[in-house]
Design a protein around this ligand. Structure first.
Ligand SMILES: Nc1ncnc2c1ncn2[C@@H]1O[C@H](COP(=O)(O)OP(=O)(O)O)[C@@H](O)[C@H]1O
Ligand SMILES: [Mg+2]
Length: 369
């Protein structure tokens, strides 16, 4: 499980780890969520979402330690995954159709707290149950906060039990026949409401709460169960962080939560580190080194200009050093939080990581320990 806050490199890390595993002979599946378009293209995921597809073997096995591995990838379409879960919990095929076609469902399925995470975990459950895979690498949704992921079962239960949903559920009275139990006040409210939102909307709402009630109930009872899979010792959480203060703070919180929730924590990947390249030279030495460069000499700069250029170089390098030093301190914080844990650092690279070669290039950092 690759977890962490938004933008730190979860998707990249998941893809790189899955590829590394495949290149070592394992039959590997990576469940990825919203990869950058170019990464999706290079994994052959461009056209079709929500299907398992094999990454071309010649790409995966080129120069690899083993020539027997396979990498399969699926770009999880969270809406489609959610629809599948609904289909599973609905009482009959006609109910599935009614729910999926319902406009209220279309609204809610995208915004019900925790639902997307739940759907992704349900999908993982299914793949795990097939027993076909040596390793399944899971990328997690692009939530702003890493904690949203672990909070998903609770949030989902809360959303289902929210006063608003409860109110509608009571109105429905479980009779399954529209707004029979609304009573006088309720009928009045609905009538007024219909004036604003249209009676079609009210009817949609009625159908939605009749059909969706059982499904939500099923979700609630299974949410914990679904997430319990993650507690098994054969699962490992890789906490991806960047050395930015916000990301480190979140990673520390998240680490704490993983431990209290008894989730199997494996280690940190600290991504996008500014490399420390200390220089010993002073401005004068840099100015003479500049003067010795044929390209610089060809410019015919005055001594003063050369010194100014050297000063500017010196200053910007100093700024990089400051960033690298801040990153070192951030890494120390993570280390101290979990002294025994694995921690690997990946430098900030010049380019985005969006093809197989660049993913392979991350192996030497990710597999360093
Ligand atoms: N070490 C790195 N150096 C430079 N760019 C990186 C590095 N790791 C990831 N990226 C780029 O950063 C962006 C965000 O990475 P991504 O894996 O999509 O993050 P997340 O899934 O956590 O939101 C992508 O464009 C990716 O190519
Ligand atoms: Mg991502």
């Amino acid at each position: 499980m690759c977890v962490g806050s938004g933008g730190v490199g979860k998707t990249t890390t998941a893809a790189a780890l899955a590829l590394a595993s495949a290149r070592r002979g394992k039959r590997t599946l990576v469940l990825t969520i919203d990869p950058a378009k170019r990464l999706a293209n290079s994994l052959g995921l461009a056209a079709l979402g929500h299907h398992v597809q094999e990454v071309p073997r010649e790409l995966v096995r080129r120069g690899a330690p083993s020539d027997r591995g396979e990498l399969h990838a699926m770009m999880l379409d969270q809406k489609a995954a959610f629809d599948e879960v609904v289909a599973k919990h609905a009482k009959d095929p006609a109910a599935v159709q009614r729910v999926l076609a319902n406009p209220i469902y279309a609204q809610i399925s995208g915004s019900l707290a925790g639902a997307q995470e739940y759907a992704a975990m349900a999908k993982l459950h299914d793949f795990d149950a097939t027993g076909q895979w040596d390793l399944i690498v899971v990328d997690t949704p692009p939530t702003a906060h890493a904690l949203d992921f672990l909070d998903a079962p609770r949030k989902l239960s809360e959303a289902i039990d929210s006063p608003a949903i409860e109110w509608f559920r009571k109105l429905q009275g479980g009779s399954g026949s529209g707004w029979s139990l609304v009573g006088k006040t309720g009928a009045f409210v609905l009538k007024r409401l219909a004036k604003f939102v249209g009676s079609q909307f009210i009817d949609d709402l009625g159908v939605f709460f009749t059909e969706f009630n059982d499904i939500l109930g099923g979700f609630k009872t299974r949410a914990e169960e679904t997430f319990a899979l993650l507690r098994q010792p054969r699962v490992g959480f890789v906490l991806v962080a960047s050395p930015e203060p916000m990301a480190v703070r979140e990673a520390l919180f998240f680490h704490e939560r993983l431990i209290t929730a008894k989730m199997p924590f494996v280690g940190f990947v600290v991504n996008k580190i500014h490399p420390a390249l200390p220089i010993r030279a002073d401005v004068t030495a840099i100015a003479s080194a500049l003067a010795a460069q044929p390209q610089v000499a060809a410019l015919g700069l005055s001594g003063t200009t050369r010194t100014m250029a050297a000063q500017a170089l010196f200053t910007s390098h100093g700024e990089l050093e400051t960033l690298a030093e801040a990153d070192r301190m951030a890494i120390t914080k993570l280390r101290e939080a979990s002294p025994g844990a694995l921690l690997v650092g990946v430098p900030l690279l010049r380019d985005d990581v969006h093809d197989v070669d660049r993913l392979v290039g991350l192996e030497r950092y990710l597999l360093a320990s």
